[in-house]
Design a binder for this molecule. Structure first.
Ligand SMILES: N[C@@H](CCC(=O)N[C@@H](CS)C(=O)NCC(=O)O)C(=O)O
Length: 123
């Protein structure tokens, strides 16, 4: 086991711990508005893994915005990794899969994903 592997995993676990300790407050909205958003979230998937700091950033934003999006951990499930590779063309995470009537879009970059989610909520 290399030193970089150990450092990365210890740092990753620390980030996960502090994320848990300082969880962002969730936005509260009416039942109708939440139901509408829940419906929209059905067409979204987030590919990620637990100790990835960029994934933590997106997970925190999802929590803040109270978005119930299915998450697919590519380290726990190799099928999810293959799906991401086949669809998005690379295994970088986080990645947001957006399905619409125009087709499927694979959005990489945590900043872009968070911006997409914010604009969806504000639309
Ligand atoms: N600029 C990207 C960085 C994402 C990134 O570096 N993700 C790492 C995991 S923490 C990764 O997937 N590395 C493997 C790869 O690039 O295939 C973002 O903000 O989302």
């Amino acid at each position: 086991m290399g030193i970089i592997f150990i450092v990365r995993n210890v740092l990753g676990e620390l980030i996960v711990f502090f994320d848990w300790l300082f969880q962002p407050t969730q936005v509260k909205r009416s039942a109708d508005a939440q139901a509408r958003l829940d419906q929209q979230c059905q067409s979204l998937l987030v590919y990620e893994f637990r100790r990835c700091p960029f994934c933590v950033k997106v997970r925190r934003h999802m929590r803040r915005l109270n978005l119930r999006i299915e998450r697919r951990d590519i380290k726990k499930n190799p099928e999810y990794r293959s799906e991401l590779m086949a669809g998005g063309g690379k295994t970088m995470v986080p990645c947001l899969r957006v399905e619409s009537e125009d087709g499927v879009e694979w959005l990489y970059e945590s900043t872009d994903i968070n911006a997409y989610l914010t604009s969806m909520v504000n639309a």
